[in-house]
Design a protein around this ligand. Structure first.
Ligand code: PBG
Length: 322
């Protein structure tokens, strides 16, 4: 009988492998980095064991290692020396990220450099936009986002990734890139980005926790899923090349709906809180670390993500080599 045959096939690892529908590849993974000014810096991020803030020299060394393991793409976040209310460092041609992009591109031709385009790491108040009377000024923020994206393109970025969740951000960035001769720089849009508790550890990494209020006026309400599809649709219309769902693990339903609805590449962000839960649980002996990471990343891919942004990328790429 059919069910007997299946049971027999499941008996060996080889047979299970033959029947496996989902497979993680190193090329599916995007590795995020936090970049600081200075030399020979490797700062611990207490909330994210195994992740560091790196100065450009150490960053290059680390990317080379990641590349040798089969990683094809990285996502950069910058931590400026000086933050202010208008995020002035974010679009400076000598800003930390702009310098990092140039240095990477000088040393490595092939690695795909994706840069986060947002204000939160650069503003003294920690919000993703310009604040006026305690409210985010969407349209003022758009101007800055376009400037940031352009400065990244000028430095050599392959993709810019707007994550501020401002209305119209993909459109203004696409226009500014096109007008300035960067038609071939792509946009990875954080389209369905939820106001999530899972970003906690990241905010320590970037020192970007909002000093007042929260991000609920511009990030999505986790009670909504149709809205995610509308956000994605707008972004595709505005010119996004890849769309993203974020976070990943508690939002597999959103990834799957997006997969079924749109025929564009979909990225999912396995965010800092998901990473830190796994790390701290494993350190306490609650999980077999490698196995739980495989299960989580496979679930994200099975739901329909083509690309997974994950802090686990290097260790997973290493295991794939074994
Ligand atoms: C900034 C941004 C955030 C993350 C990526 N880009 C945080 C936030 O919105 O507070 C979170 C990534 C992570 O948690 O790993 N707009």
């Amino acid at each position: 009988m059919a069910f007997n045959r299946l049971r027999r096939l499941r008996k060996s690892e080889e047979a299970r492998e033959l029947f496996a529908e989902t497979k993680i590849l190193a090329k599916d993974l995007i590795l995020p980095y936090f970049v600081v000014e200075g030399k020979n810096k490797k700062e611990t991020i207490t909330s994210m064991p195994g992740v560091f803030r790196l100065s450009v020299d150490n960053l290059i060394r680390d990317i080379k290692q990641a590349e040798s393991l089969g990683i094809k793409a990285i996502l950069l976040f910058g931590i400026p020396q000086k933050k202010d209310a208008r995020a002035r460092q974010s679009y400076s041609s000598t800003g930390v990220i702009q310098k990092a992009i140039k240095a990477i591109k000088q040393e490595m031709e092939d690695i795909v450099v994706i840069t986060d385009v947002c204000l939160c790491g650069y503003t003294s108040h920690g919000h993703c936009g310009i604040v006026r009377n305690h409210l985010i000024d969407n349209d003022e923020t758009l101007k800055i986002l376009a400037k940031i994206a352009l400065s990244h393109a000028e430095a050599g970025a392959d993709f810019v990734a707007p994550s501020a969740m401002m209305d119209g951000q993909v459109k203004v960035i696409r226009e500014s890139l096109d007008e300035n001769g960067f038609k071939d720089v792509g946009i990875l849009a954080y389209s369905a980005k939820y106001a999530s508790n899972f970003y906690g550890p990241f905010r320590e990494a970037l020192d970007s926790a909002p000093k007042f209020g929260d991000r609920k006026t511009y990030q999505m309400d986790y009670r909504n899923s149709d809205q995610a599809l509308r956000e994605i649709e707008y972004d595709i219309r505005e010119g996004a090349d890849i769309v993203m769902v974020k976070p990943a693990l508690a939002y597999l339903d959103i990834i799957q709906k997006a997969r079924q609805t749109f025929k564009v590449p979909i990225a999912a962000y396995n965010v800092s809180g998901e990473y830190s839960l796994v790390k701290s649980g494993s350190l306490q002996g609650l999980f077999k670390e490698k196995e739980i990471i495989w299960e989580i990343l496979t679930a994200i891919k099975r739901a329909g993500a083509d690309l997974i942004i994950t802090y686990h990328a290097k260790e997973v790429a290493k295991w794939l080599r074994q």
